[in-house]
Ligand binder design. Structure first.
Ligand SMILES: NC(=O)c1ccc[n+]([C@@H]2O[C@H](COP(=O)([O-])OP(=O)(O)OC[C@H]3O[C@@H](n4cnc5c(N)ncnc54)[C@H](OP(=O)(O)O)[C@@H]3O)[C@@H](O)[C@H]2O)c1
Length: 380
C-alpha cells in the first residue's frame, strides 16, 4: 500500500517510522513546508500527492484547520482514503469531510484524534453500529490528569504540577487548551458524533482545573475523595447532553486509579454494559499506533461519522448533580447547601442537586462579578 503523510512532526515521525518498519507499506511522499523538502520523498505541493494515482491513503498530521482541510478535501476528491489525528479539524469540519468521503467512496477515519493510542473511537464506532450507547464518560486529557495526580498524590501546588507537566513535554508552553477543558471537550464532541450522530457544536458546558488549589486538595482528601477532570455525554429523550467538569470520586473508584498522564475512556452499551479503555492518551508512538490502525482499516472500517450526522446544540439542563463548591462568602446565598464549612472570607459547601447548566451559569456569573470559584460534581 502506498501512502502520503501531510506533516512530519511528533506524530508524523512516529507514523513514518512504524510504516517504514513494515513491508506492507510504502510512504511515497511526505508533504512539508516550502524550503524544507530536503529528501527526494518530501514535497511541498499537495498536487504531487493528489495527482499520484498509486497513492491510496493520505494521513494528515499537521494540525490546525487550514490548510489541513483544503489538503484533505483535495485528497478525498482525488479518490484517496483520508486519516487524521486532528481533533480541532474533525470537530469543525469532520461532517463535511465525511460527506465528501462518502461521495467519493473512500474512508475518513480519525481514531487518534480522541484518546491518542487508546482504541476508543474505533470500538465506539463498532459498538454504535449494533448496540445503543447509553452514555459516554472518561478522562480524555492526559495533561490535566498528570497535574491532578501530582497535586493529590505528591502534594504539589498547581504551579509546580504545571511546571513538571511542561518539563516532561505533556503540557505546551501555552497550556490553556488543556487546563481549561477545551481539549477534552473537543474529544467529547467527536465521541458524541460517533455514538449518537450528533456533534454538539454549541450549548456545551466546560470547566477546567485552573481554580483547583492545594486547599481544595486538603479538604476533599479529608472527605476521602479524589478529583478528576471528566467528560460526560449521552441522550435524555431527544436531548444530547455534553459537558466537561471536575468530578470528586470516592478514592476507591476506578477513575482515581488512573494515574500520571493516562486516559480512561468509557461507554455504556445498552446490551454490552460498561466498556472501559485505559492507556496513553498522547505521545509520539501511542498516537502513531492509532493512526496506523486507521490506515490498516481503510476500505473495511465502519464509517466513523455516518450519513445524517449533524451539528446540534447540547442541553445540559437535563443532568443533575450535587456539587462541592469553594467560593467567596458574599456569593454563598447562590446555593442551597447540604453541608457547609465557613472559613471566614471563603465558604466550602456541598450543594443540593442542581442542573449542570445551572451550576456552570452560576460560576460564570460569580466570575463576571470578580469572585473566584472552584466546583466539582460529587461522583455518586
Ligand atoms: N502530539 C500528540 O501527542 C498528539 C496526540 C493526539 C493527536 N495529535 C494531533 O496530531 C496532529 C499533529 O500533532 P503533533 O504533535 O505531531 O504536531 P507537531 O509536532 O507540531 O507536528 C506538525 C508538523 O506539521 C508540519 N506542518 C504544519 N503546517 C504545515 C503546512 N502548512 N505544510 C506542511 N507542513 C506543515 C509542521 O512543520 P513545521 O515544524 O515546519 O511547523 C510539523 O512538522 C495535531 O492535529 C494534533 O492535535 C497529537
Amino acid at each position: 500500500m502506498k501512502l502520503a503523510l501531510l506533516g512530519i512532526g511528533t506524530v508524523g515521525t512516529g507514523v513514518y517510522e512504524m510504516l517504514c518498519a513494515s513491508p506492507a507499506f510504502e510512504v511515497s511522499r511526505v508533504l512539508v513546508r516550502e524550503g524544507k523538502a530536503d529528501a527526494p520523498y518530501k514535497c511541498t505541493d499537495i498536487r504531487t500527492i493528489t495527482e499520484d494515482s498509486e497513492i491510496s491513503v493520505v494521513a494528515e498530521l499537521m494540525g490546525g484547520i487550514e490548510p489541513a482541510f483544503s489538503y484533505l478535501s483535495a485528497a478525498i476528491k482525488a479518490g484517496k482514503h483520508a486519516v487524521t489525528a486532528n481533533k480541532a479539524l474533525v470537530a469543525e469540519k469532520g461532517i463535511e469531510l465525511a460527506r465528501l468521503a462518502r461521495e467519493n467512496g473512500v474512508s475518513f477515519l480519525f481514531s487518534a484524534a480522541c484518546g491518542g493510542g487508546v482504541p476508543f473511537l474505533h470500538n465506539l464506532a463498532l459498538a454504535a453500529e449494533g448496540d445503543e450507547i447509553v452514555s459516554l464518560s472518561g478522562i480524555l486529557n492526559g495533561t490535566t490528569n498528570f497535574m491532578l495526580d501530582r497535586m493529590q498524590r505528591m502534594g504539589m501546588d498547581y504551579a509546580e504540577a504545571l511546571r513538571e507537566a511542561q518539563q516532561r513535554g505533556y503540557a505546551e508552553a501555552d497550556p490553556s487548551a488543556d487546563v481549561s477543558g477545551l481539549d477534552a471537550l473537543r474529544k467529547l464532541m467527536l465521541s458524541c458524533a460517533v455514538a449518537y450522530d450528533k456533534l454538539p457544536a454549541e450549548g456545551f458546558c466546560r470547566e477546567g482545573i485552573e481554580s483547583f488549589t492545594a486547599a481544595d486538595v486538603a479538604h476533599i482528601q479529608s472527605l476521602g475523595l479524589c478529583c478528576r477532570l471528566i467528560v460526560r455525554g449521552g441522550m435524555v429523550g431527544e436531548k444530547l447532553y455534553a459537558f466537561v467538569e471536575p468530578v470528586l470520586f470516592p478514592a476507591t473508584e476506578s477513575e482515581c486509579c488512573v494515574l500520571e498522564n493516562y486516559n480512561m475512556a468509557k461507554y455504556v452499551g445498552k446490551n454490552a454494559g460498561p466498556m472501559v479503555f485505559i492507556g496513553q492518551g498522547a505521545g509520539r508512538y501511542p498516537t502513531a499506533s492509532a493512526v496506523v490502525r486507521d490506515i490498516c482499516s481503510v476500505g473495511s472500517a465502519r464509517e466513523m461519522l455516518r450519513e445524517g450526522c449533524e451539528k446540534v446544540s447540547a442541553d445540559n439542563s437535563v443532568c443533575f448533580e450535587r456539587y462541592y463548591v469553594h467560593l467567596p462568602k458574599a456569593f454563598g446565598n447562590r446555593f442551597r447547601s447540604e453541608q457547609l464549612w465557613d472559613e471566614g472570607e471563603t465558604l466550602r459547601l456541598i450543594s443540593g442537586k442542581l442542573s449542570v447548566q445551572e451550576m456552570h451559569a452560576i460560576a460564570n456569573e460569580i466570575r463576571e462579578k470578580g469572585g473566584s470559584i472552584f466546583f466539582a460534581a460529587m461522583g455518586e
